[in-house]
Ligand binder design. Sequence first.
Ligand SMILES: N[C@@H](CCC(=O)N[C@@H](CSS)C(=O)NCC(=O)O)C(=O)O
Ligand SMILES: [Fe+2]
Length: 251
Amino acid sequence: MLKVAVTSNIGRRWMSTGMKSSGLFFRQLFDTVSSTYTYLLGDMNTGEAVLIDPVLEHAERDAGLIKELGFKLLYAMNTHMHADHVTGTGRLKSLIPGSKSVIGKASGAQADIHLADRQKVQFGGQEILAVSTPGHTNGCMTYICHQQGIAFTGDTLLIRGCGRTDFQEGSPEKLYKSVHEKIFTLPGHYTLYPAHDYKGQTATSVDEEKKYNPRLTKTLPEFIDIMNNLNLPYPKMIDKAVPANRVCGLY
Ligand SMILES: N[C@@H](CCC(=O)N[C@@H](CSS)C(=O)NCC(=O)O)C(=O)O
Ligand SMILES: [Fe+2]
């Protein structure tokens, strides 16, 4: 009885804040400093939720939103050990007691749950399949929700771009293989949500990137040449972010 009453109360609040079909609540959040996207996913029937790639400076914002909407955060997850901002997963664990931090096993970072390739994460009736997509870093994971036809690609695949491969354990060969074998093999209509965008775009699709990605439509030798000549300055926060992110941002 209690469960029904709580569910219907929360349900009304969800109705006014936007939702997707098939029982998934979806909200894309943004950090203007590092151009990072954070994603709140919630199961509308049970209220269980996950947060992907939270940023430390927005942990209070995110925890407040989760509370306002009546969700129960199960997992604060990272797609990889970020080099440009400090993760909010550790801080969120304090703000939302009972929630757990999650990252890929190969990241080498501390967390409550270390995901292996193809491990599943459940929240309510929703399921995330964590697929290992190394190349930007060794521990990069792409989080796929087959029920919804969506995937969170972290820095492996960006909109019309991809993660750089010149630090951490970066490898253009590995990244190319990951994208072609693990992301471009998904159904073409799947919507892809990256960890960053620097031009104001919010999402893309498998078909779009297979057709228009200026790097990953090239041959492997051409791709390696592009990646080895990006000449990007290192992220401003790298010396602080990487050590902090080894310990969930709690440095
Ligand atoms: N200027 C930013 C860092 C920008 C950057 O290096 N972004 C990374 C993702 S965060 S590790 C990247 O892979 N970029 C690829 C690209 O082609 O831009 C800062 O100082 O924080
Ligand atoms: Fe990154």
